[in-house]
Design a protein around this ligand. Structure first.
Ligand SMILES: Nc1ncnc2c1ncn2[C@@H]1O[C@H](COP(=O)(O)OP(=O)(O)OP(=O)(O)O)[C@@H](O)[C@H]1O
Ligand SMILES: O=P(O)(O)OC[C@H]1O[C@](O)(CO)[C@@H](O)[C@@H]1O
Ligand SMILES: [Mg+2]
Length: 544
C-alpha cells in the first residue's frame, strides 16, 4: 500500500505523517519514537515486524500497569502513543476487531441535523471542522483521583499497605474519527430491561437522534426487555427522529420493560433472524450480565454484532461510576415524601413519620435523600445493621426524640433490616432478585406497638413513595446525563467497541468493559465520608 494515495494525511507524532488509508488497512505495527522517524516523508509498505518498544514498568509490585514509549498503529488503524497495556488491568474495552477483520472507515458523524432544508437540500453531513470534533483514540480518563496517605484515611481504598497511588486509566467515551460500520448497513436495536427508572426515554431518544446523525435509518425498539426478542405476542417498534422527538416528556419507557426471560441462545437466534448488528441495552446489573452473554454468544457464532450497555439503576448500585441516571431525580423526588412525613409529624402530637425509599441492597437513595432534606432523624440502610428493641435499639432513640423534639422522622431503604423480619419468603422475582420483606410496614408496626405498650400516645404515619419516584420524568441534571450517555453509547458502537458500557467517572465520560462494572453491586461504604456526613446531619447513634 502506497502512502498518501489521494487521502488525507494524519499526524502520527510531532515529526511524522502517515496516510489515513494505510493507517486503516495496515496490521499492527509497533514502532518506537526513534523508529517513527521512518515514517517521515513517504511510508512504503510494512515496517519490519519487530517491536522496538522501550517498556518501562511502573513500580507497583503486582500491578501490571506499564508505560510504553512507543507509537504503534494497531489493526484497527489506530495510531497509539499509549499502547493498550497502559490501561489499568482489565479496563481495555473489547473491540470488534479483536475477533473480526473489519476495516475502519472515516466517520460519518456530524453534529448537525440531517433533516431536509425547506428547499429540499440536505445539510452537509461532513463537518468542515473535523479537527476538534472527535476524541483521540489514546484519550484516557483517570478512574481514581484521590491519593490516600494512609489506609485509615476515610474511605481509603488501598491496594497495598502503603496506599501507593495507582494510575487507573480507562477509555474516554465520545465520537472517533474512524468507524467500523457503514451506516447504510447498520440495523440497530434498543432494549430496556429491569425496573423503570427516570430518564429511560431520554436515553432512547438520544440513541435514536445520534444514530440518525451518523446516517442510520434502520432502528427498532425491542418490546418489554429481553422477552421482546422471542415472545411471539411482542412486536418491535420502529424508531426514528420523528417518533422519539417528544418521548422524554414522559416517564417510563416507550419500549416497555420486563424482568426474567433471559435466554441467551433464544435472544441471539432472534438477533440473527432480525439481522441486528448494533444492540443498545439499557438496564442494571442483571441486564448487563445478559448483555455480556449476548456479546459472547454473537462472537461465538461469528456474528459481527456490537453490544453496548447504558447503565440504568435508580439504586445507583453500579461500580466505578459517579452516579447512574435517574438517581438524582429519585433523591429529588424523595424530598417530597420526606417533607410530607416531616409536616405530618411536626403538626401531630408526638408525630412519627416513616418513609421507605428504594434500594434493594444499596442505601444510596436513602442516604442522599436524608442528607439533602435535613429533616431526617434516623436513616437506615442495608449496609448498616441495626436493632429495633433494647437499650441501644432504634425505638429507644425514637422515644428520646419524641421526648426532646416532639417528633421523629425515619427514612429507611427497602433493603435495610431484612434480618429483623420473621417469615420472609426467600422467594425471588422472575430475574432471580430476592423478594424483600416490607421493612417500612414492619417498622411502622414496631413503633406503634412500642408506644402502645409504654402507654404513650404517638401518631405514626407511613409513606411509601417508591413507585411514584421511579415512574416520574427525569430532572434536568439527569436528562443531561442521559443525553451524554445515550450519545456516547452510539459513538462506542460505531467505533467498534462491544461488551462495554458507558458511564461518568470523575465528571468525565468513559467506556468500561461490562465485567468490571457488574462484578458485584456497589454499596454505601459505612466508613465513607458521605455516610459520616449523613450521620452528622441526622444525629443518630449506632443502633447496635
Ligand atoms: N446473570 C444474568 N445473565 C443473563 N441475564 C440476566 C442475568 N441476571 C439477570 N438477567 C436478565 O436481565 C434482565 C434484567 O435483570 P433484572 O430484572 O435483575 O434487572 P436489572 O438489570 O438488574 O435492573 P434493576 O436495577 O431494575 O434490578 C432480565 O430479563 C433478567 O432475566
Ligand atoms: O417491583 P419491581 O419492578 O421488581 O422493582 C423493585 C426494584 O426495582 C429497583 O428500583 C431497581 O430497579 C429496586 O430498588 C427495587 O427493589
Ligand atoms: Mg437486578
Amino acid at each position: 500500500m502506497m502512502a498518501g494515495v489521494g487521502v488525507m494525511p494524519i499526524r502520527v507524532d510531532g515529526n511524522a505523517t502517515k496516510s489515513l488509508e494505510s493507517a486503516f488497512l495496515s496490521p499492527k505495527i509497533p514502532v518506537s519514537s526513534s523508529s517513527s522517524k521512518l515514517l517521515l516523508g513517504c511510508y512504503k509498505g510494512r515496517l519490519p515486524d519487530v517491536s522496538l518498544v522501550q517498556k518501562r514498568s511502573s513500580d507497583f509490585g503486582n500491578n501490571r500497569l506499564t508505560v510504553r514509549n512507543s507509537i504503534s498503529v494497531d489493526k484497527r488503524g489506530v495510531s497509539s502513543k499509549i499502547s493498550d497495556e497502559d490501561y489499568a488491568e482489565n479496563f481495555r474495552p473489547p473491540h470488534i476487531t479483536d475477533v473480526f477483520d473489519i476495516p475502519a472507515r472515516p466517520s460519518t458523524f456530524c453534529a448537525k441535523t440531517s433533516l431536509p432544508l425547506p428547499e429540499g437540500r440536505q445539510v452537509n453531513r461532513w463537518s468542515t471542522n473535523l479537527g476538534k470534533m472527535f476524541v483521540h483514540e489514546d484519550d484516557r480518563v483517570l478512574l481514581k483521583t484521590i491519593k490516600y496517605a494512609s489506609p485509615t484515611s476515610a474511605g481509603a481504598e488501598c491496594m497495598d499497605g502503603e496506599c501507593r497511588f495507582q494510575h487507573q486509566w480507562v477509555a474516554r467515551a465520545g465520537p472517533r474519527s474512524k468507524i467500523f460500520f457503514d451506516p447504510a448497513e447498520v440495523n440497530a436495536a434498543i432494549v430496556t430491561c429491569g425496573g423503570l427508572c427516570p430518564g429511560l426515554n431520554d436515553v432512547i431518544r438520544q440513541i435514536v437522534l445520534t444514530l440518525d446523525c451518523y446516517g442510520v435509518e434502520n432502528i427498532r425498539g425491542i418490546s418489554n426487555g429481553y422477552r421482546g426478542f422471542f415472545e411471539e405476542n411482542l412486536h418491535d417498534i420502529p424508531l426514528s427522529r420523528k417518533i422519539v422527538q417528544n418521548i422524554h416528556l414522559e416517564g417510563g419507557s416507550l419500549l416497555g420493560v420486563s424482568r426474567g426471560g433471559s435466554k441467551t441462545s433464544d435472544i441471539v437466534d432472534s438477533i440473527e433472524r432480525k439481522g441486528i448488528n448494533m444492540l443498545f441495552v439499557l438496564g442494571g446489573n442483571g441486564t448487563h450480565a445478559g448483555a455480556l452473554a449476548i456479546h459472547n454468544e454473537c462472537h461465538k457464532r461469528g456474528r459481527k454484532v456490537v453490544v453496548v450497555g447504558v447503565p440504568k439503576t435508580i439504586d445507583n448500585d453500579i461500580l466505578l461510576m459517579d452516579r447512574t441516571f435517574g438517581f438524582d431525580t429519585a433523591v429529588e423526588e424523595a424530598q417530597k415524601a420526606i417533607n410530607a412525613a416531616y409536616i405530618e409529624a411536626t403538626s401531630a402530637y408526638n408525630g412519627v413519620g416513616i418513609v421507605k425509599l428504594m434500594g434493594r441492597q444499596s442505601g444510596f437513595i436513602a442516604m442522599h435523600a436524608s442528607l439533602a432534606s435535613g429533616q431526617v432523624d434516623v436513616c437506615l440502610i442495608p449496609e448498616v445493621k441495626f436493632t429495633v428493641d433494647g437499650p441501644e435499639g432504634m425505638l429507644q432513640h425514637v422515644q428520646y426524640l419524641l421526648e426532646t423534639k416532639g417528633r421523629a422522622i425515619i427514612c429507611v431503604a427497602e433493603g435495610a433490616g431484612q434480618d429483623l423480619m420473621a417469615n420472609l419468603s426467600n422467594s425471588t422475582d422472575a430475574s432471580g432478585n430476592p423478594v424483600l420483606g416490607d421493612i417500612g410496614v414492619h417498622l411502622t408496626k414496631e413503633v406503634k406497638n412500642h408506644f402502645k405498650n409504654i402507654g404513650v400516645a404517638a401518631d405514626v404515619k407511613y409513606i411509601d413513595p417508591t413507585y411514584m419516584i421511579r415512574a416520574c420524568r427525569a430532572n434536568a441534571s439527569d436528562r443531561i446525563l442521559c443525553a451524554v450517555l445515550g450519545q456516547n453509547a452510539v459513538h462506542a458502537g460505531f467505533a467498534g467497541f462491544t461488551g462495554v458500557t458507558v458511564g461518568i467517572a470523575n465528571n468525565h465520560y468513559v467506556l468500561l468493559p461490562i465485567p468490571e462494572v457488574i462484578a458485584y453491586a456497589r454499596n454505601v461504604d459505612p466508613n465513607s465520608r458521605m455516610w459520616h456526613r449523613c450521620l452528622t446531619s441526622t444525629g443518630q447513634p449506632d443502633f447496635v
